[in-house]
Design a protein around this ligand. Structure first.
Ligand code: DHB
Length: 392
């Protein structure tokens, strides 16, 4: 097979890149090792920055989003048994959208296939070759339905997530990883119950952080700070509900319901620099991951591919390589701001249990929450990062 851009991975980054390239008349083929059903059903963070929703709508993949997404004016910060609203609409005239990543993936897959886009699901043994730019043709090799296959392309986009093959294929010494592991995990549930508020509540509590999010009027997505090595078997549904109730005490009443899904996510920050070598370009989680607080993962992936699609467009239209040369630097400027914000939200809201400075840190966190909730300048700073920094 032969195409202009070979894309590894059918997550939000790979699918959106393929979609944007198609709009610019550029061909791509996506390969993905999971099944279509798996990609469409994997529950992920559900918070979309204002401009991402606009981009989906403006590029023709926002019909269901417009009908089904919940549009939020802001968030609540809860501490000392009280909820404080940060009204983004008033502060910065922006909204955020609640629409699970799996819905974005579902919409993009359907749209790409309808437009004749090529996606090969359930491939095996993927590897990437000859992308150094020294005369060889970038090639993706894999097995599909038992047969060895090859895609020859002008460029490879590695959109295959944190555990994909693309990042480890960068030559040793050509890149560096910046890593930070947090001593926390999130236990998340999806439940048939009404959320305690119309908008999200980020709750700081002496027993640990809790987040009260949603997927619908009768569908809650709730998270608890736990230890990173927490055993999920120790958390019966009743224990999860009791803990959520305790951490929301005095703020709002919490209705219980049937738990539909339960899982634990570790928390880590990671950045690959640069995000490119020769004709292999990384985008999304293959290059960087964030801790979940603030839900920047998919939003950063969308920002990467927006920059990358433009760079490919300039190359194929005008043979202009400037965008490709600056892709990594341009993407990383936003990535690091997303990293900083995710780290900042994480350190402000999670309880550190024990250790020499736990007492000091607790008082400092409460002062920081009080400051953010009480100062217009600090509220605006949170709001503009949360709802999405400006794009050019
Ligand atoms: C959700 C997840 C987050 O990490 C967050 O900060 C907000 C919302 C969610 O899954 O709904």
């Amino acid at each position: 097979m032969r195409t202009q851009v070979g894309i590894v991975g059918a997550g939000p980054a790979g699918l959106m890149l393929s979609h944007l390239l198609h709009l610019s008349g550029i061909e791509s083929i996506i390969i993905e090792d999971r099944s279509r059903e798996y990609c469409e059903n994997r529950i992920r963070a559900g918070l979309m920055e204002h401009w991402v929703a606009q981009m989906l709508i403006e590029t023709g993949v926002g019909e269901r989003l417009k009908r089904e997404a919940m549009v939020h004016d802001g968030i609540f910060l809860a501490f000392n048994n009280e909820a404080h609203k940060l009204d983004f609409a008033k502060l910065i005239d922006k909204h955020v959208y609640i629409y699970d990543q799996k819905e974005v993936v579902t919409d993009l897959i359907a749209h790409r296939l309808k437009q004749g886009g090529q996606i090969r699901f359930e491939v095996e043994g993927t590897s990437v070759h000859d992308f150094a730019g020294n005369g060889g043709k970038p090639t993706i090799r894999f097995k599909h339905q038992g047969k060895a296959q090859e895609i020859e392309c002008d460029f490879i986009a590695g959109c295959d997530g944190f555990h994909g093959v693309s990042r480890p294929s960068l030559p040793v010494g050509s890149w560096q990883g910046y890593d930070r592991v947090y001593p926390f995990g999130w236990l998340g549930i999806l439940s048939e119950s009404p959320p305690p508020e119309k908008e999200l509540i980020y709750a700081y509590h002496e027993r640990g952080f809790a987040l009260f999010s949603m997927r619908g009027a009768e569908l809650s997505r709730l998270y608890l700070q736990v230890a990173p090595d927490e055993d999920i078997e120790q958390w019966s549904d009743d224990r999860v509900w009791d803990e959520l109730t305790t951490r929301l005490q005095g703020v709002r009443p919490l209705k219980r319901g049937k738990v539909l899904q339960k899982g634990i996510t570790p928390m880590r920050s990671y950045v690959t620099e640069p995000m490119q070598y020769g004709r292999l370009f990384l985008a999304g989680d293959s290059a960087h991951i964030v801790p979940p607080t603030g839900a920047k993962g998919m939003n950063l992936a969308m920002a990467d591919v927006r920059v990358l699609a433009r760079a490919f467009e300039a190359f194929f239209r005008k043979h202009d390589t400037a965008g490709l040369e600056t892709y990594s630097a341009t993407a990383l400027r936003r990535v690091w701001k997303g990293q900083r914000f995710s780290w900042w939200m994480t350190q402000m809201l999670h309880r550190v249990h024990g250790g020499e400075y736990a007492g000091f840190d607790t008082k400092r966190q409460l002062a920081e929450l009080d400051y953010v909730a009480g100062s217009e300048a600090a509220s605006i700073s949170l709001a503009e990062n949360y709802a999405g920094l400006p794009i050019d």
